[in-house]
Design a protein around this ligand. Sequence first.
Ligand code: GTP
Ligand code: MG
Length: 436
Amino acid sequence: MGVRIHKLANELGLDSKELIEILQDLGEEVDSHMNTVSKETAEMVTDMVFEEEETTKDIIEVEDDITVKELAEKIDIAPNSLMAELINLGIMATINQELDFETVEEIAAEYGYQVKSIEVDSDDEEDVFGLVNNIEDDPNDLELRPPVITVMGHVDHGKTTLLDAIRKSNVTAGEAGGITQHIGAYQVEVNDEKITFLDTPGHEAFTEMRARGAQATDLAVLVVAADDGIMPQTVEAINHAQAADVPIIVAINKIDKPNAQPDRVKQELTQHGLVVEEWGGDTISVPVSALKQENLDELLEMILLTAEMQELKANPNRPANGVIVEAELDRGRGPVATMLVKNGTLNVGDPIVAGLAYGRVRAMIDDHGDRIEKAGPATPVEVLGLSDVPSAGDPMEVLEDDQQVRKIAEKRQDQRRVEKLERKAAVSLDDLFDQI
Ligand code: GTP
Ligand code: MG
């Protein structure tokens, strides 16, 4: 005796058609004549469907600045109970305190929720600031590209020194003199493979830049000074990298110092969910001295290994898009923007829009100070020719022609103006109420 398909489907909350598809996928026999399946098959499918249901927990969306109070609401418990839970985890938090993603995940899991991190992007309106031409590439057009690495960490832990050291030991003597300015984005060549590095400031005022840095990259190198250990911006960098789903390699720096305690750093890392390999975890950590240029080769090797596993690809044969790393107004040259090409190839003469600015690429300068004509995926370049100074983190892209880039930039400028006015109006209303 078989079990009727439509009855089984009904019990499982499926259409008969859906059920038949599932059965076919499983290679199970369906007696199309009788429209039945064997009892064993019915049991197996039932188990499967219910098991799946059990493991699919409710998903809650969480912004990365979620507070104790907001989380309590989302998982439907009293804030006080949540605070008690947190104390169990060794966290003394006030009701308005922000929680790191790890903690949120842990708590949510206890209450049967899965957490999805969403970006804190205030306006829900149509995103006029995003990419215009965001067509997916045909997989056949993709080619391997260099990895983009962001160096993050607490202020003064040695990020810039580390990058300088990496750079010095990897540019030829002749070129070394050519390193004139610090642009925060470099490309080095290790064993004939290119690696692009972005430097980020550790100062607490630059949260936003670290968040953007994490999003623009494939891998984060977390620099932790061995004499200082994990500090607030170290934790924040970890959170940004994890929220952006970017793997982390830890560079335990300043091991030349007499008071260096690399093991203490490893110990502290475990409290933030990073267990180093030698302690049975999967976080790669490399002890280095940026100042004495010690062990940098090993760090680079680890970076390349990790990047290789990601098989990073881009399509060099399309109009470029990317992100602004930094920009400034130069007296002689006008607006100068350092950008990272993420996809496509940027050419001198291309019409581009970057945030609120637009123009044609008048000249491009690479990280050695040389003029170049084109810049492919994962290349950092300085670009001259924009109408205005874009902001770090703004997307940039090449569009059809002068009219189109101008039109897009003007639309964004209008939107920005409206937002400003709205803010002003809100402020003056508040003032008014204050006075009553
Ligand atoms: P911010 O950009 O301000 O966040 O700092 P940073 O992380 O880029 O640090 P930076 O490279 O500017 O280094 C800060 C100080 O630490 C400098 O005085 C460096 O010389 C020193 N320093 C960096 N690396 C090492 C190291 O390996 N050993 C020792 N002894 N000092 C180091
Ligand atoms: Mg620095």
